[in-house]
Design a protein around this ligand. Structure first.
Ligand SMILES: CC(=O)[C@@H](O)[C@H](O)C[C@H](N)C(=O)O
Ligand SMILES: O=CC(=O)COP(=O)(O)O
Length: 264
């Protein structure tokens, strides 16, 4: 592996495990809770033990002063929930722009099974070639999304993560299949580190139990956004998730260590 690629991967992970907190939702969802005061949210999350934060390029100046020396990933495509088709992710930046924005890695969202899959496949294939010329890692956010597709079906998710490897990505993020046994089939579909999205926010217990189940299935960590940045205490929930990912904690002790054990 290119020395620069390896060094940059180490900046967004710890010993091969990942607690990445994506906040690229500023495009997808708009100025939602946690993203209005982005500066405070980034500070809290990185103090809580995240390895890296992830945003679109435009807010990079609001991230760097607050990320407490942690890694930074620039997301290169997006869509909105108010537009004609949320699955139609369009390019929003380039590898060069990401590097100018101080990125250690780039990410790209692909909806496998959607009408836009062919274009997104071409774009991801071109992106990995370009990024690797600069020694920049690519985090592929490969979801199984489209007409008639169960977004949590293990076989569809396994196909989506394998596609990321075939197209040259370095890390792949996908949805959790719901239990450790089925998610093991997803992780076994590729040699890439597989990390999970959080989806819309649930209870603290649901969040850490999801992470525990995914890690038991062979996951390498999380790229978890709303469950963390929309929490009333982003630092505490990050500590709980990090305890599961990095310290192999069980859900109960992770919640307790972070002072989150009592559900409201
Ligand atoms: C808001 C969601 O459904 C998330 O899963 C997004 O699709 C994540 C993605 N990176 C995006 O916001 O584009
Ligand atoms: O970019 C978004 C993700 O990686 C996952 O976001 P979520 O809010 O955890 O679904």
């Amino acid at each position: 592996m290119h020395a620069g690629l390896h060094a940059r991967l180490e900046r967004i992970s710890t010993r091969g495990r990942y607690v990445v907190v994506p906040m690229d939702h500023g495009i997808t969802l708009g100025p939602v809770k946690g993203l209005v005061d982005l500066e405070s949210t980034v500070d809290a999350i990185t103090r809580g033990g995240a390895d890296a934060v992830l945003t679109q390029k435009g807010v990079a100046p609001r991230v760097h002063p607050n990320k407490n020396g942690k890694g930074y990933i620039v997301h290169l495509n997006g869509s909105t929930v108010i537009g004609p088709d949320e699955n139609d992710k369009r390019m929003t930046g380039s590898v060069e722009e990401a590097l100018r924005s101080g990125a250690d890695a780039v990410s790209f969202h692909m909806n496998v099974g959607s009408a836009h899959e062919p274009d997104q496949m071409t774009q991801l294939g071109e992106l990995t070639e370009k990024a690797h010329r600069y020694g920049v890692p690519v985090l592929a956010m490969n979801y199984a999304r489209g007409p008639g597709i169960d977004e949590h079906d293990a076989e569809s998710l396994a196909h989506a993560v394998r596609l990321a490897e075939e197209l040259g990505a370095d890390v792949v993020k996908t949805a959790y299949s719901g239990d450790g046994d089925s998610f093991e089939r997803v992780c076994n579909a590729t040699r890439l580190p597989v990390i999970i999205a959080g989806g819309s926010r649930g209870t603290d217990r649901e969040t850490v139990e999801m992470v525990r189940g995914a890690m038991d299935g062979g996951a390498a960590g999380v790229s978890m956004g709303r469950s963390i940045f929309q929490h009333d205490d982003p630092e505490a929930i990050t500590r709980a998730v990090s305890a599961v990912v990095h310290d192999d904690a069980d859900a109960e002790s992770a919640l307790r260590q972070a002072g989150l054990g009592i559900e409201a």
